[in-house]
Design a binder for this molecule. Sequence first.
Ligand code: ZN
Length: 248
Amino acid sequence: MRYLVLSDVHSNLEALEAVLKAAAAHKYDASVVLGDLVGYGADPNAVVERIRGLAPIAVIRGNHDKVATGLEDARDFTTVARTAARWTQQALTSETRDYLLALPAGPLLVGDTLEICHGSPFDEDLYIVEEHDALTAFSSTRRQICLFGHTHVALAARLHDGGDVLVEMPRGHPEIEVKIEAETKYMINPGSVGQPRDGDSRAAYAIVDTERQRAILYRVSYPIEAAQEKILAAGLPPMLAHRLGMGR
Ligand code: ZN
């Protein structure tokens, strides 16, 4: 199976369209979505509709999806994130809202090889940023490859047969190939489609190929200015437009 992996789209339709266009060339069999479909960007309804149109085999919720639907309050959010969440709450159609409300919490098992979660496999809101976080997370994974998001930073961690954790952050690369080897477990964050924070403003996604035993992390350029203009026109905090250009 060849899986398209999308995470943290965050209502950025321009980035999502660019990713889907580029990903079509990989002829993937199924897609999985790691949460945070909405929040920050100006197109929550169109993004959710586009994702639903893909008929992903697995979609989980993220923390922004929970707040946008009122499942959780915005207490832990920064002022900017809270303002965006309030805007999103009001912008959601009842259909989008119902869809987001019904999304399950991760982790979710996908086939024999994959598992998906938003933050970490034991806590959907936890951030995995470095070796130690990955090592803790490995102890609760139930599949060889665990896909996660939440940090908006592309990362591949591997744990070889109980040994050390090796973490790779493919900053500034157009693509990074991770070979899937026996006796090795993987935690892979494809990076964020709609709001990258690793200093690379291009949209991020991944393809996991379970037959060819590899995962490839890709970056693709998209019309950032169009997404920025929509954010400003919507009256969302200008900082949200600014950061898209910086990839921070
Ligand atoms: Zn996010």
